[in-house]
Write a protein that binds this ligand. Structure first.
Ligand code: CO8
Length: 373
C-alpha cells in the first residue's frame, strides 16, 4: 500500500471575538427583557421565568473564555441573538466556501503545493450552507484543483472521518493529494437564547493536506499510521433542521431547528467511548498509550478531555500532553482537533507519536494516529 502523510494544515480565524463577559451581558439583557414582557404569565405560574447566565459558570463548566465569529452585532443584539449575514448571489463564493478556501490556501502553502496538485477535495463539517452544488466542488473550483470533490457531515467528528476518506483514497490510488476542509460557521446554528448552550460554539475553518509520502516535499510531514472510526446512535445531541421542514409545515425558527443537547449525559457517555476507542486503536498498532507524546482532542470541554486522557495514561494531564484551544476558540465542531494539531505540534521530534481524535453528535468518534517524520 502507498505510504500516506499529512504534509500541511491551515487555519482561518474569523475577524470578530466575543468574550464571555460580552456574551453574558447581552444574554442577561435578553432574559430581563423576556421576563419583563411576560411578567403577568410568570406571576400567574403559566410561564417559567428565564434564569441569567454567568461568566463564572461558563468558565468553570467548560473552560471556554471567548469565541471567534463571522458577525458579532446580530448575536449580541438582545432583540435578535443570531448573526446578521449578507446573502450572496449565485455568482459569488459562498461564505462557507470562502473561509474554507482561506484555510485551504494556508494548508497548501504549508505543504508546498498549489491547487493544481490537488486531485480530491472533501468538505467535512457539521453545518452545510446549502444542499447543492457541493461546497467542496465550489472550493475545488476556487483553488483550481483537479479530480473530484464532495461534502460530508459527521458533526464534530467530520474532520477525522474526512481524514480517513482522504487517507484511503491516497492509499488505494484513487487520488494522489487530497485536501480535507472543515469550515464551521456554527454561529448560524447555535441557539444563542438557550442558557444551557449559548456559550458553546465558535466559527473557524481548518484544512489538511493528505498526500503520497513519495510526492511530499514539506519540511513538516506526519506518517499516518492508521485511522479508526465508530458510531453509536444517540439523541443527546440533535438538530432537526432539514429539507423536509417546509413539507412538514414546521416552524423554521422552532427550538428543535438549532443545536440542542443533554450536555451532562453527553459528557458522561462520551468520555468512556472516546478513551476506549483510542485505546483499542493503539492496541491494533501495538502502541502503549504512554508512548503517545500528544493527544489532539476534539475541543468541547476541558474536563472532558482531561478525563479521556487520564483514563489512557493515568496521572495529571498537562496541556503538553493534551493541548487546549477551546479557551480561545470555544467548540468549533469538526475543526477543534485540527486547530489543536495545527497550533501544537511544532516542538515534536522525528519518531514521536500523536493521536488526532474527534467525537460528538451521532454519537461518533474518529481517531488518526500520526508519527512525526
Ligand atoms: N449560567 C449559569 N448557570 C447555568 C448555565 C449558565 N449559562 N447553564 C446551566 N446552568 C446551571 C444549570 O441550570 C444547572 O443548575 P442546577 O444544578 O441548579 O440544575 C447547573 O448550572 C449545571 O448545569 P449542567 O448540568 O447543564 O452543567 P454541566 O456541568 O454539565 O456543564 C456543559 C454544561 C458545559 C454543556 C457540559 O455538560 C459539557 O460540556 N458537556 C459535553 C458536551 C459535548 O461534548 N458536546 C458535544 C457537542 S458538539 C457536537 O457534536 C457538534 C454538533 C454540531 C455543531 C453544531 C454547531 C451549532
Amino acid at each position: 500500500m502507498t505510504a500516506v502523510v499529512i504534509s500541511g494544515t491551515g487555519l482561518y480565524q474569523p475577524p470578530h471575538t466575543i468574550t464571555n463577559a460580552e456574551l453574558v451581558e447581552s444574554f442577561n439583557a435578553y432574559v430581563d427583557h423576556y421576563n419583563t414582557e411576560h411578567a403577568s404569565e410568570i406571576e400567574a405560574g403559566t410561564l417559567t421565568a428565564l434564569a441569567p447566565s454567568s461568566v463564572e459558570f461558563i468558565e468553570k463548566a467548560s473552560g471556554i473564555k471567548q469565541r471567534y465569529v463571522m458577525e458579532k452585532s446580530g448575536i449580541l443584539d438582545p432583540k435578535r441573538m443570531y448573526p446578521r449575514l449578507q446573502s450572496r448571489t449565485d455568482d459569488e463564493l459562498s461564505m462557507l466556501a470562502e473561509i474554507g478556501v482561506e484555510a485551504a490556501k494556508k494548508a497548501l502553502a504549508a505543504a508546498g503545493k498549489t491547487g493544481a496538485d490537488v486531485d480530491g477535495v472533501i468538505c467535512a463539517c457539521s453545518n452545510l450552507q446549502r444542499a447543492y452544488p457541493a461546497i467542496a466542488i465550489e472550493i475545488q473550483n476556487a483553488i483550481g484543483a483537479k479530480g473530484y470533490a464532495f461534502d460530508m457531515n459527521v458533526a464534530c467528528s467530520a474532520a477525522t472521518f474526512g481524514l480517513e476518506q482522504a487517507v484511503n483514497a491516497v492509499k488505494s490510488g484513487s487520488a494522489k493529494c487530497v485536501l480535507v476542509v472543515n469550515p464551521e460557521i456554527t454561529s448560524g446554528h447555535q441557539e444563542w437564547k438557550d442558557r444551557d448552550c449559548h456559550f458553546i460554539f465558535g466559527d473557524v475553518a481548518t484544512a489538511t493536506v493528505i498526500e503520497r509520502a513519495d510526492t511530499a516535499t514539506s519540511a513538516d510531514q506526519w506518517d499516518v499510521l492508521g485511522s479508526q472510526l465508530a458510531t453509536q446512535f444517540s439523541n443527546n445531541i440533535r438538530n432537526n433542521f432539514g429539507y423536509l421542514n417546509r413539507s412538514e409545515d414546521s416552524d423554521p425558527k422552532a427550538r428543535d431547528k438549532t443545536f440542542r443537547q443533554e450536555g451532562r449525559k453527553v459528557f458522561k457517555e462520551v468520555v468512556p467511548i472516546a478513551s476506549a476507542h483510542i485505546e483499542s486503536q493503539l492496541q491494533t498498532l501495538s502502541v502503549q498509550p504512554s508512548d503517545v507524546r500528544r493527544f489532539w482532542l476534539h475541543q468541547a470541554n476541558l474536563s472532558m478531555n482531561q478525563l479521556i486522557v487520564k483514563k489512557l495514561i493515568g496521572g495529571e494531564v498537562t496541556p503538553e500532553v493534551a493541548p487546549l484551544i477551546l479557551d480561545e476558540y470555544a467548540n468549533t465542531s469538526s475543526a477543534g482537533s485540527i486547530i489543536a494539531f495545527h497550533l501544537h505540534h511544532g516542538d515534536m521530534r522525528p519518531g514521536e507519536l500523536g493521536v488526532i481524535c474527534s467525537f460528538g453528535a451521532g454519537y461518533s468518534v474518529g481517531s488518526v494516529v500520526v508519527r512525526k517524520r
